[in-house]
Design a protein around this ligand. Structure first.
Ligand code: KMH
Ligand code: ZN
Length: 304
């Protein structure tokens, strides 16, 4: 009997985009992040993509000491692949953003493949009351914000990651980011297979239409042939529909409260695990199997 394709579920647990006033379910403290991540792994996430927050007001932080307590709890309670952000928040400097990945040398880290506008301000139409002033500023200031990922920045992170045995989730928010990745593959700085996280629906990046997804896939195939691993991340309400379309076409998937606070129209997800369970049901209905963490390590050729 032919074996079923294994799909890697990544869960992005808290991120740096959403703010605590938007959802009471967004994990903020180290204990909340650890518990949410462990539950997501138990629900079927093979990879946990992790950011940290200041426990006082929920502000994103790249302070390694803010990561340490939840990393150690996650490592003792799960065998999930730990993926540490180098994106941090678009408001931070690249040096700040790199700190935790350089300190903890994880198997996997994110790497954002181009500079771009990063429009968070449309969320002001939906969310009007904030407990902390920084939350409003975080959205408002994105009108005049460049998420800086120059060639020098990308090369620095690639070289330091290689020294640490860290491989990357290449965050590609637009077609040009695939060409940037191909450039670094050609320079010999990226080992195959690159793990491409195609991001849809961020204002400043490619849109969330299925045609956009097709264009990303066709371009990735033209640039990398069969020699890449593809994953789909749809922002906000696009999360489940795009993950479903992508999975049916051969992609891996990413869910989690970093990317969407929702489980249905107007309905907040109660947890990260709820989104993992939802995509798992969809994948199984598509006759696909969930990759275990060790299967994900083998597929992505991680150091383990
Ligand atoms: N928040 C996502 C759209 C990163 O952490 O490097 C992309 C992201 C960036 O996960
Ligand atoms: Zn992230």
């Amino acid at each position: 009997m032919a074996s079923k394709r294994k799909v890697i579920i990544t869960c992005a647990v808290t991120g740096a985009i959403h703010t605590p006033s938007m959802s009471p379910h967004l994990p903020v403290t180290a204990d909340e992040i650890a518990e949410a991540a462990i539950a997501a792994a138990q629900a079927g996430a093979a990879i946990l993509h992790l950011h940290a927050r200041d426990p006082q007001d929920g502000r994103p932080t790249q302070e390694p000491d803010a990561f340490r307590p939840f990393l150690s709890r996650i490592k003792t309670s799960t065998d999930a692949v730990v993926n540490i952000t180098t994106g941090g928040s678009p408001h931070m400097t690249v040096e700040e953003r790199m700190r935790p990945a350089m300190e903890f040398k994880p198997e996997l880290a994110s790497l954002n493949m181009g500079s771009m506008n990063f429009g968070l301000f449309p969320m002001l139409d939906r969310f009007k009351t904030f407990e902390h002033e920084w939350e409003r500023q975080h959205l408002e200031n994105s009108r005049d914000l460049i998420f800086k990922n120059t060639y020098k920045d990308i090369e620095t992170i690639l070289r330091k990651g290689a020294d640490n045995g860290t491989r990357f989730e290449f965050e590609c928010y637009d077609i040009s980011h695939l060409y940037n990745l191909a450039h670094f593959v050609d320079k010999g700085l990226v080992k195959s297979p690159p793990f491409i996280q195609s991001v849809f629906g961020i204002l400043g990046g490619i849109g969330p239409h299925p045609e956009d997804l097709m264009h990303m896939k066709r371009t990735a195939e033209r640039l990398f042939g069969d020699d890449y691993q593809w994953s789909i991340l749809g922002a906000g309400r696009n999360q489940m529909p795009l993950a479903t379309i992508g999975a049916a076409m051969g992609s891996n998937v990413r869910v989690g409260l970093e990317d969407s606070l929702w489980i249905g129209p107007g309905q907040l997800a109660a947890s990260n695990a709820e989104q993992v369970q939802r995509i798992r049901v969809i994948l199984e209905a598509l006759n696909l199997e969930i990759a275990t963490p060790d299967e994900a390590r083998a597929i992505l050729q991680l150091k383990g």
